[in-house]
Design a binder for this molecule. Structure first.
Ligand SMILES: CC(C)(COP(=O)(O)OP(=O)(O)OC[C@H]1O[C@@H](n2cnc3c(N)ncnc32)[C@H](O)[C@@H]1OP(=O)(O)O)[C@@H](O)C(=O)NCCC(=O)NCCS
Length: 344
């Protein structure tokens, strides 16, 4: 045996069962082996700080919020994809250590919130430095370009896995259900769009969707009605609440300066998440669904366009989801980017 155990195992299977192709083990077997090794390599700083499993996730989720480092138990459970019962256990442990505290929020109407104490902030800042240094050391042998390639391939593999899961589980992943939308969803979508405009404006982005709430824009409500009656709308629900929306069509908006493709295509006309559910990757789930639906329709091309301004964050978002930028366009002075993805 050489020291590449997985390659040995593949060799043994090739000998014993020449009728099978054991090479998927070279990738998936390695990932599984690495998951255990990574855990062992990254765990020591957390163990030294006497943190139990999942405790650092609570501290990190609060620290990432920025001041005043508070979240409700419900928000923590959304961020960490665990039940509120599990959150309570972790929070109780951390309170006993003086790292977090429970209080009644003075700043908003969220009621009881969990917040980091100064000792919690200091510990989290120290641990995240150590953790990132450990991760960087593990990746130390790779140059920037190899790291980007690895990141892209792993992201693509993860998406494939998620879309398989959602197919097998009837589109239910982690309490998320994707269903066809209809006229009854108009108000929920308008709310999502209004909240998205407010969120963008808060971040200083007044160009992408302007500053007027969609519900107050001339034609805003009609546009949503058209999405729901003329196009293919999908709603991601979390525990029965509409939490994100995707609208597909058979081509770009005919009013946009974008040429239809020279082959059948599906086109993402709208993607929006209810801000209360941000960070739960509902956009990713809906894009995986768009890929599936495109394939199901026997179509091989999925396209989308987005605002190309700001720091190009949206273009990067779609690139992370397997799209490649194709042409740019200007709608008046509004800079847009078209992106495409082959799904067949
Ligand atoms: C785009 C969107 C549907 C993605 O939902 P999601 O998969 O659940 O992911 P998130 O909301 O966590 O956003 C992912 C990242 O993209 C960034 N992002 C999303 N929309 C953005 C926008 N309009 N401008 C700049 N950055 C944006 C987020 O800040 C986040 O960045 P981070 O990872 O550094 O925090 C959702 O963020 C949204 O509704 N954005 C506003 C509406 C919008 O721009 N839709 C796309 C129109 S083409």
């Amino acid at each position: 045996m050489n020291d590449d155990r997985i390659a040995d195992i593949v060799g043994q299977w090739a000998r014993e069962r020449p009728d099978l192709d054991p090479t998927p083990l070279l990738i998936i077997g390695r990932i599984q082996q690495m998951a255990a090794a990574l855990d062992a390599a990254l765990r020591p700083p957390f163990a030294a700080a006497d943190l139990g499993n999942g405790d650092f996730d609570v501290l990190a989720a609060l620290r990432r919020e920025g001041t005043p480092y508070t979240l409700t138990a419900g928000e923590l459970s959304h961020r960490m994809l665990v039940t509120t019962g599990a959150v309570t256990k972790r929070v109780d442990r951390l309170i006993a250590r003086g790292l977090v505290s429970r209080s009644v929020s003075a700043a908003d109407a969220r009621g009881r919130v969990v917040g980091l104490t100064p000792a919690g902030v200091a510990l989290t800042d120290r641990l995240i430095e150590e953790h990132l240094a450990n991760e960087a050391a593990i990746l130390g042998g790779f140059g920037d370009s190899d790291r980007r390639t690895l990141e892209r391939l792993l992201a693509a593999m993860n998406r494939t896995l998620e879309s398989r899961d959602s197919g097998r589980m009837g589109d239910t992943t982690r309490g998320v259900r994707i269903r066809r939308g209809g006229p009854a969803d108009a108000l929920a979508i308008l709310d999502m769009l209004d909240a998205a405009v407010a969120w963008m404006n808060d971040r200083g982005n007044t160009e992408q969707w302007g500053t007027t709430p969609f519900s107050a824009k001339p034609g805003g409500a009609e546009l949503v009605d058209r999405y729901l009656t003329e196009n293919l709308p999908y709603i991601a629900e979390v525990d029965g609440t509409p939490a994100a929306a995707l609208v597909l069509d058979s081509g770009p908006d005919p009013r946009a300066p974008i040429a239809p493709a020279e082959e059948p295509e599906r086109y993402v006309r709208l993607l929006v998440t209810d801000r209360r559910f941000a960070g739960r990757n509902l956009g990713s789930a809906l894009l995986a669904h768009a890929v599936q639906e495109t394939r199901r329709a026997g179509v091989r091309l999925l396209r989308v366009d987005c605002w190309a301004g700001g720091g190009g964050e949206l273009v990067a978002y779609y690139e992370r989801h397997g799209f490649t930028p194709t042409e740019t366009f200007l709608a008046g002075s509004w800079p847009g980017q078209v992106l495409a993805q082959r799904v067949g």
